[in-house]
Design a protein around this ligand. Structure first.
Ligand code: GDP
Length: 762
């Protein structure tokens, strides 16, 4: 009581912060503390809460499922002192996989942001999911990161999902470090892994270490920059890896190790000199061939420049499970990956140190409502202040500001640029929105941007680029247990949609049923599970169905006339339009154009009504009612009598569109997936035989050590329940990844089978 009267800022969770993040302080709240002492503590707390921007690292960990990123994250938290015991994914007690389903399924679904300090640095780490159903989560995380660590299983090298995420990181120009994990496995192969980084990622690996020992006898590493040898004692059961020996290499060391280090360091110096002119000049000018004399700090600076310019990727090794090599990885994160102020976030300059932040994730909390994760690009954010959301054009109040420590959050008074924070109280904000301090600040940014655009004739959006949401490929109906629960279900689905823009919910116009549309079987299963667990509603899911598309095969012209009297009013409209199939490379979308003389004659509101009519026809194709793609509509004639309403114009256009699309010969397009299966040779033939029954086309079968990698294209319709089938076929000795590749026309026979099935004839 006394505490809150004398210093209201220090309430429960702040106390928690001090206990947690100022571990050295070991502060306990006592009734006898003086006011001035508390103020000193708050000052030092602020320094910790708002570290110097050059000491912040916003980092993502990306990897194929099972490569070990959750284990690696847990070790990072442990060695940085945030957790007191080692979490274990196999026991289901990790910090970052905090949703109940994640603990049960052993996969990472949501990007949990974790903040911790390593040496003098603040690391904000986003644990990104490896499963392809959650690619949007990865995309969201990458948008707000400055650097990334790619974790690989050293016995498998680059696997399918890493390639997808790597491509996403490239798109955002994110500097990366590679961590070859699982070096303790007998099958771990540096050569294979590094070759696959070169071949599959088209990256230039810069090897910064050499491993000491291999497989079970992997005990440590030599750092090629400092020539220091790091050795971890014992096994993971007896040693948690916190302490390890660091020794400079001596002449008395094993001559083989000395020779390997000397050769690898020379190769590193030559490689870096090739990639960095500044280092090349230094080398030529001062050291010539005397590589031993090159100071570690100069080499490290050059590796940093190479990494930031994305000319090369530092590669490190370790075994997270066996507690080896994680501390040097943390050092490398601080040494080579960029601080927020080293990244070019273009539009930040228009805010001139005023607040500009991007909301990149929404999580619903039962007590506190929506919690919004934000990345602050400029200015600072304060608790209990109003902020303006540019995308929604809404000003709303933020009540509290928190630092995210996985499933625990720590309350703070304010947070500065470069940081990632969790806000409480923002009810309108959704993923991808830009938040600034006020409407006036947004207007000032627009003025600056416009002035610049006039000089450079460029565009001038002052909102940060949001997240591209992929189209869902699966859907199914969802029903509450009783009609009385319908409103609760709608509320749950609204909340879940704000968290996850890749989940779409619509009402079927024919049956009136609520329909869930998602990115994969697992995605829909997880949503179903969350509705049950978090919202306590037992729902019934209809059968999972594939989201087909429709297109047309030829051009067709149709006319229509609508003449209807409603009440006193007569509505008369006639329309003539033509639909054309678009060329293949532009087939993903649809188009509307007006013939020139028609456009000139039609008032804007009628044009809009016509466009609405066309758009609504595109939503439901003529064959099976799936969305239409790859069609161009040309409006040739529209006549209407005065008094005709816009709704009637739209209705007439939609009806005419349906006629034209039917005449043009409807064609169903089905989603075709890129499939990669990793399987032991002994099971290859049964996997191949099974895929041919699923209408799969095999492109390639590669060898990876004792495994075969099978690359195929398979219609999504054939892939339902594939994980169970594959497990049965291979006794659990295969993994696969599945990613949407394209929408392809179905052949006549398959299309007829589908039409009969949909009509209930088979
Ligand atoms: P994620 O799916 O990438 O998050 O991977 P996890 O951290 O969940 O690990 C997947 C599996 O690999 C678990 O069974 C871990 O115990 C195991 N694993 C993780 N790191 C290592 C390692 O360094 N060596 C070995 N042998 N296994 C590991």
């Amino acid at each position: 009581m006394l505490l809150s009267l004398t210093f209201p800022v220090l309430r429960g969770s702040t106390r928690h912060l001090i206990n947690r993040s100022l571990q050295t302080c070991r502060w306990r709240v006592t009734w006898k503390r003086s006011y001035s002492l508390l103020q000193d503590e708050v000052k030092s707390l602020r320094a910790v809460v708002n570290p110097d921007i050059s000491k912040i690292r916003n980092i993502g960990i990306m990897a194929h499922i099972d490569a070990g990123k959750t284990t690696t994250t847990e070790r990072m938290l442990f060695y940085s002192g945030y957790t007191r015991a080692l979490g274990d994914v196999d026991d289901g007690d990790t910090v970052t996989d905090y949703m109940a389903q994640e603990r049960e399924r052993g996969i990472t679904i949501q990007s949990a942001a974790v903040t911790f300090d390593w040496k003098d640095y603040r690391i904000n780490l986003i644990d990104t999911p490896g499963h392809v159903d959650f690619t949007l989560e990865v995309e969201r995380a990458l948008r707000v990161l400055d650097g990334a660590v790619a974790v690989f299983d050293a016995s498998a090298g680059v696997e399918a999902q890493t390639m997808t995420v790597w491509r996403q990181a490239e798109k955002h120009n994110i500097p990366c470090i590679c961590f070859l994990n699982k070096m303790d496995k007998p099958a771990a192969s540096l050569r294979y892994s590094i070759d696959s980084i070169k071949a599959k990622l088209k990256a230039n690996p810069v090897l910064l270490q050499i491993p000491v020992g291999s497989g079970k006898s992997f005990t440590g590493l030599v750092d090629l920059i400092t020539r220091q040898k790091m050795t971890w004692q014992g096994n993971s059961l007896t040693h948690d890896g916190r302490s390890f020996e660091i020794n400079s290499l001596q002449h008395s060391d094993d001559p083989d190790v000395l020779l390997a280090v000397s050769e690898a360091r020379a190769a590193l110096i030559e490689q870096v000199a090739d990639l960095d002119d500044e280092f090349a000049e230094l080398l030529l000018g001062e050291y010539g061939e005397n590589f031993d004399a090159v100071p570690a700090v100069k080499l490290q600076e050059a590796v940093r420049r190479v990494t930031l310019a994305r000319k090369g990727v530092p590669v490190l090794y370790g075994s997270s499970l066996k507690n080896k090599g994680v501390q040097p990885l943390l050092d490398a994160i601080t040494a080579y990956l960029p601080a927020p102020n080293e990244r070019n976030h273009d539009l930040v300059r228009w805010y001139q140190n005023d607040l500009c932040a991007l909301a990149f994730k929404v999580v619903h909390d039962k007590q506190r409502g929506p919690l919004v994760f934000v990345r602050i690009y400029s200015g600072s954010m304060k608790a209990q202040s109003s902020v303006h959301n540019i995308n929604r054009n809404e000003t709303e109040r933020m009540s509290r500001l928190l630092l995210p420590f996985a499933d625990q959050q720590i309350e703070i008074p304010s947070l500065s640029a470069g940081n990632i924070a969790l806000t409480v109280g923002l009810k309108q904000t959704v993923t991808g929105d830009t938040i600034v301090s006020s409407k006036a600040s947004a207007a000032a940014a627009v003025r600056l941007a416009q002035a610049e655009a006039e000089n450079r004739s460029s565009s001038h959006s002052v909102a940060l680029a949001g997240v591209e949401v992929p189209e869902p490929v699966f859907f199914c109906s969802i029903e509450p247990p009783t009609m009385a629960k319908q409103a609760d279900l709608e509320h749950a689905l609204n909340c879940l949609q704000r968290e996850d823009p890749s989940l779409k919910v619509r009402i079927d116009p024919d049956s009136g049923q609520t329909v869930l549309c998602g990115m994969g079987e697992l995605h829909i299963e997880i949503i179903h599970d969350r509705i049950k667990r978090e919202y306590k509603i037992e729902t019934h899911l209809g059968p999972l169905q594939v989201a087909y598309r429709e297109t047309i095969l030829q051009s067709a012209t149709a006319t229509d006339l609508l003449d209807r009297t409603l009440g006193e009013k007569r509505h008369v409209v006639s329309v003539e339009l033509t639909v054309h199939p678009l060329k293949e490379n532009s087939s993903a979308s649809c188009d509307i154009t007006f013939e020139e003389d028609v456009k000139a004659l039609l008032p804007v509101d009628v044009r809009e009504a016509v466009e609405n009519g066309v758009e609504s026809a595109y939503l439901q194709g003529p064959v099976l009612g799936f969305p239409v793609q790859g069609v161009q509509t040309v409006i040739k004639n529209v006549r209407l009598e005065s008094g005709t309403s816009a709704a009637m114009v739209s209705a007439c256009v939609s009806r005419c569109m349906l006629k034209a699309l039917k005449q043009a010969g409807g064609q169903v397009l089905e989603p075709v997936m890129a499939l990669e299966v990793t399987v032991g040779e002994e099971h290859l033939s049964s996997v191949l035989a099974d895929l041919s029954q699923r209408r799969g086309t095999i492109f390639d079968i590669q060898s990876r050590q004792e495994n075969k990698i099978l690359l195929a294209a398979v219609p999504l319709a054939g892939m339902m329940g594939y994980s169970t089938i594959l497990r049965t076929l291979t006794s659990g000795n295969a993994t696969f990844s599945l990613e949407l590749s394209s929408y392809e026309p179905m052949n006549t026979q398959d299309q007829n089978t589908l039409l009969n099935k949909m009509a209930g004839l088979t």
